[in-house]
Write a protein that binds this ligand. Structure first.
Ligand code: SF4
Length: 396
């Protein structure tokens, strides 16, 4: 795809860890910023995917997350955020095979929301999410023990972001809480404070903090960060008792890269620019931005802007590139100067998609994602509580 006038960010000095090669134990999974994407896949693969799709017909439904590569997104039956995609899969019961071009927690959510006769496949099992991986169920159960020891567990309502494992969603459902997306986090927190005194927000500390402070008018000191790697979360019982929001120490490796300097720099480079960022960015960045919103919010804001509008966009690069190409009448730049794709999202490429579909044609289901029934039941409870929030519009 032509990149039009869009200026590609500069390569980062960090190494790209491709498909597990040269694993660097010091690096955080998903944080690596490649100097660019690997070259476009073999043209023959395009023909092979087309042919497999044709044979599978309505039995196949391909979901493409907004952050996927162009070479994959061209084959998506529907594009969107993780929640919309799962809903779309459930709305197509004739599709026996749901191929989720996204990351692991998304495929789990699709399995929870679709019928038993539908099978969800993730073309590359290594496509995880660094944020979701920062909250393991045994760590979260241990945190709850800390809250019980501090005598506050009964006053806490857990809220988990959609970007979490099925196990964490199940934990949330079992403990009276709900799932939220980045567009309904405010409503979810309001709902939670009507049920209890405190909120335990998982796994993205930035979305939790931004929502509590920007949307609910709390102070930064109303929030504490629970670090699962420290005894007692690194917090005293008094600190826990004084807190209104207990944030899990997790973050998105992509959105966490945008800095205050990125914002200041782009305002100097592009006079009159509007800075628009996702609420997974840090509170400092969000505080300096002109607009803050979910992926869908960003897409819609740019679509509604007049010709000549100037934007610096702080979200995943594949999406920003596409927006720049779709809106040549506007000036759209990436907020960060260094390249930053979501490296785990980018693991889904044309070779993996072709491999998945050709196996299906041969009657072999590869990389099926299933959620254990009891876990799925409680995760569904937490998802249903989100759906029952008043005036809900679910987007991530
Ligand atoms: S962009 Fe961030 S939250 Fe989304 S899948 Fe990648 S690491 Fe996870």
């Amino acid at each position: 795809m032509e990149s039009g006038t869009f200026a590609e960010p500069k390569p980062s000095p960090l190494a790209l860890l491709l498909l597990g090669q040269n694993a660097d134990p010091d690096s955080e999974r998903g944080v690596e910023c490649p100097g660019g994407l690997p070259p476009a896949s073999d043209e023959n693969l395009v023909q092979r995917v087309r042919a497999a799709r044709e044979i599978l017909g309505d039995r196949l439904y391909i979901l493409g997350h907004h952050y996927q590569r162009d070479e994959v997104i061209q084959f998506a039956d529907v594009t969107g955020d993780s929640y919309k995609l799962s809903q779309q899969a459930a709305a197509h019961p004739e599709a026996e095979f749901i191929v989720f071009c996204g990351v692991h927690f998304m495929a789990e959510s699709a399995d929870i929301l679709t019928s038993d006769s539908q099978q969800v496949l993730l073309p590359d099992l290594a496509a995880g999410c660094s944020m979701a991986d920062m909250a393991a169920i045994h760590q979260v159960e241990a945190a709850w023990d800390v809250f019980e020891a501090a005598g506050i567990a009964d006053s806490i309502i857990p809220i988990t972001y959609m970007n979490s494992s099925a196990a964490i969603k199940g934990f949330t459902g079992r403990h009276g809480g709900a799932v939220c997306t980045s567009s309904n986090a405010k409503r979810a927190l309001e709902w939670a404070f009507a049920q209890g005194e405190r909120v335990f927000f998982l796994p993205d500390q930035h979305l939790g903090r931004n929502t509590a402070v920007r949307d609910l008018g709390m102070t930064l000191s109303d929030c504490v960060v629970f670090d699962p790697h420290k005894p007692g979360g690194g917090l005293s019982s008094d600190q826990l008792r004084d807190a209104r929001v207990i944030l899990w120490r997790g973050h998105c490796s992509v959105h966490g890269r945008f800095t205050v300097e990125s914002v200041r720099d782009v305002r100097e480079r592009v006079p009159g620019v509007r800075v628009i960022v996702h609420p997974e960015c840090t509170h400092e960045v969000v505080s300096l931005a002109d607009e803050v919103g979910s992926t869908e919010y960003i897409i819609n804001a740019i679509a509604a802007a007049p010709a000549g509008a100037k934007w610096a966009v702080g979200t995943e690069l594949n999406l920003v590139r596409r927006l720049a190409i779709e809106h040549p009448e506007q000036e759209i730049v990436y907020l960060e100067k260094a390249v930053c794709f979501c490296s785990t999202m980018n693991r889904i490429d044309l070779p993996h998609l072709a491999w998945t579909l050709e196996n299906l044609v041969n009657g072999i289901v590869v990389n099926r994602i299933t959620v254990e029934p009891e876990e799925a039941r409680w995760a569904r409870v937490a998802l249903d509580r989100m759906l029952a929030l008043p005036g809900l519009v679910a987007r991530d």
